[in-house]
Design a protein around this ligand. Structure first.
Ligand code: ADP
Ligand code: MG
Length: 348
């Protein structure tokens, strides 16, 4: 399978300001630090890691929602390579149709004064303004088609977002993201704000849409069970860097980075008699504006040595498409998750 998305050495930096008004820039946070990965056509890559590790910043930078400080993002659309990071504003507006984002809070991303029909038509009308001629009838047909695929009825098209439940609103937001037939969809915690009872429905919808529309996903989530359920491969982020990358099976069952092991130890177990306890990481999460020298994880790692405090380990291949950024990846004996049986096996 060829790659749809190629991300090379991508970095995102935010200024830190002092004071509220007339604020001066007093430093920078490197939210994403020299990150590289690819996603194949039709693949789902999961992105996990604790809050503040840079997942949203990375997702946004891939779509140039944030201007990256460095690095390259390339899309391969029908054999044509589109250099996202080097295009001008006009070109970028045109290229955006190929990549869309689904957010955690669907309500915030939907205009409360527009009907669902108008919300879904808007991107198509904007497209028409850029020269892609679609008649009113064609626009309507596209809107009804995508709404139906997302489980919304014709009746519902005439209502406003407030008339819907959280799960239905997320369906509207998904339909809106897909109406331009993008190739890549960045899903940023798409089920975190939903009731547990409807999370599975929305996950299944995303999986179905991927099949029918041939979508490729970057799937950001902190729910490790959901990630195991939908993702082919998983990348683990810590303080702005990818510290492990591999198939879902590799990352969940044979983690090669101590941070991944700690994450996996927190997955609940099916066996109520199990005596296994989550690994509690030592120390506080470091300030992202002042990350530790050497390995970024060394201040919380049970296995850290002098080398780890001095030398930053690169993300390096361990064979079979499994990568980890740990000096001791080959020798540490780390434990994986136990509880994900069926889900992780199905996607491995
Ligand atoms: N707009 C912003 N301005 C300044 N700092 C930001 C901004 N967005 C994110 N950050 C910082 O970048 C780091 C990564 O944040 P984020 O990408 O939101 O992480 P995650 O999605 O994994 O929780 C954090 O330290 C956060 O405080
Ligand atoms: Mg986030």
């Amino acid at each position: 399978m060829s790659d749809l998305l190629t991300v090379e050495h991508l970095s995102v930096r935010f200024p830190i300001r002092s004071g509220a008004v007339w604020s001066k820039v007093v430093g920078h946070v490197t939210a994403v630090d020299d990150v590289s990965f690819t996603i194949a056509h039709g693949e789902t890559l999961g992105l996990v890691g604790e809050s503040g590790s840079g997942k949203t910043s990375l997702g946004q930078a891939v779509l140039r929602g944030h201007e990256p400080a460095a690095g390259r993002v390339t899309l391969d659309i029908d054999g044509r390579r589109i250099a996202i990071t080097s295009m001008g504003k006009t070109e970028l507006r045109e290229a955006r149709r190929h990549m869309q984002m689904i957010f955690q809070d669907p309500y915030a991303s939907l205009n409360p004064r527009m009907t669902v029909r108008d919300i879904l038509s808007e991107p198509l009308i904007a497209g028409a303004a850029r020269g892609e001629r679609l008649s009113r009838t064609q626009i309507d047909a596209r809107v009804v088609d995508i709404a139906t695929k997302c489980g919304l009825s014709r009746d519902q098209l005439n209502r406003f977002p407030h008339a819907f439940s959280g799960g239905q609103r997320q369906r509207i937001a998904i339909a809106r993201a897909l109406v331009l037939k993008p190739a890549l969809v960045v899903c940023d915690e798409p089920i975190s704000s939903l009731d547990v009872s409807i999370q599975a429905q929305v996950l299944n919808l995303l999986a179905e849409l991927q099949e029918t529309l041939g979508l490729t996903y970057l799937f950001i989530a902190h729910d490790l069970a959901a990630v195991a359920y939908v993702c082919d491969r998983v990348a683990v982020m810590y303080l702005g860097q990818i510290v492990e990358l591999g198939t879902t099976r590799q990352v969940y069952y044979s983690p090669k980075h101590p941070y991944t092991e700690a994450l996996m130890s927190a997955v609940p177990e099916p066996d109520p008699d199990s005596t296994r306890r989550p690994i509690l990481l030592a120390g506080e999460r470091p300030d992202p504006a002042h990350p530790p020298t050497g390995c970024r994880f060394n201040t919380r790692c049970l296995h850290a040595t002098e080398t780890c405090r001095a030398v930053m380990p690169p993300l390096r291949p361990l064979g079979d498409g499994h990568f980890a950024a740990c000096h001791y990846a080959e020798t540490l004996e780390l434990r994986g998750a136990l509880a994900l049986g069926a889900a992780a096996t199905a996607t491995a």
